[in-house]
Design a protein around this ligand. Structure first.
Ligand code: SAH
Length: 242
């Protein structure tokens, strides 16, 4: 059994691609589509390319930011055509499918796909626990958006006929929104106590996100860490409501 899987498309320019993604999803029995600020939606082109998957389009949710699209998710995986210079936990679609097979079925997982021209920004990739890259021609690595989604959902579909041993339901993991509030609190506290210089903040915060993302924090652990941060702010006399 797989967890609840959501496909998130960020600022798609061509409505036809949205339709083709809906088709790819329905072929593999996935139905939850979230669109972040699409250029044009609903659209006749999207419906035409969906070719019978218009029910997926009709149920699709539209929101303004990626943060909104993933707020309630326990695991966020960003898909990138480029190999990035900073190292981050990277998965192939097959490894990603294996990871999701072991995720509790009650969890919500977002698979995030970027813009046709420019992909996902570094800030958007920072919101993800893992990055997914489809291995291909290194000199020509950018797949069509719907083709990338198709490969990912196909690998997930295969796991349905080859179920893994379900792991025990672990303690409740923090959602993306809870982690985001924690990272903001962490940054503010590190500035308050004089550890973080604004010039260095982006790179240090990126490393800290990567560290905590690797651990997969539980809700209770986030509460403890935030308690520590609040105590540090108290001792500096800087605690403000977060
Ligand atoms: N020119 C963009 C690629 C955009 S393709 C860039 O260089 O980043 C649109 C989206 O499809 C990407 O943001 C990514 O989510 C997905 N995609 C395309 N090719 C991929 C690949 N080889 N591996 C993983 N995702 C890919």
């Amino acid at each position: 059994m797989l967890p609840k899987i959501r496909i998130v498309l960020v600022e798609t320019s061509h409505p036809g691609n949205i339709g083709a993604v809906a088709r790819a999803m329905k072929n593999m029995q996935f139905y939850e589509l979230v669109l972040v600020s699409p250029k044009q939606f609903p659209s006749g082109d999207a419906t035409a390319r969906a070719a019978g998957a218009d029910d997926v389009l009709a149920q699709a949710t539209v929101c303004d930011t990626l943060q909104q699209a993933i707020a309630d998710c326990h695991l966020v995986i960003g898909s990138s055509a480029r190999q990035r210079t900073i190292s981050w936990p990277q998965l192939t679609p097959r490894e990603c499918a294996r990871l999701l097979q072991n995720e509790p079925v009650s969890h919500r997982v977002a698979l995030v796909f970027g813009r046709e021209r420019s992909g996902l920004t570094n800030e958007e990739l920072d919101l993800c626990h893992y990055w997914m890259h489809i291995p291909c021609n290194p000199g020509y690595s950018s797949l069509n958006l719907a083709a990338a989604v198709q490969i990912m959902v196909y690998e997930l579909h295969l796991t349905r006929s080859n179920p893994a041993e379900m792991s025990q339901e672990p303690n409740l993991l923090a959602t993306a929104m809870e982690l985001e509030s924690f990272y903001q609190h962490l940054q503010r506290t590190l500035e308050d106590i004089g550890f973080l210089h604004p010039r260095k903040a982006p790179s240090i915060m990126r490393r800290l996100r990567r560290l905590f993302g690797r651990v997969r924090l539980e809700k209770k652990e986030v509460d403890i860490l935030r308690g520590i941060l609040t105590a540090a702010q108290h001792s500096k006399g800087t605690n403000k409501p977060c």
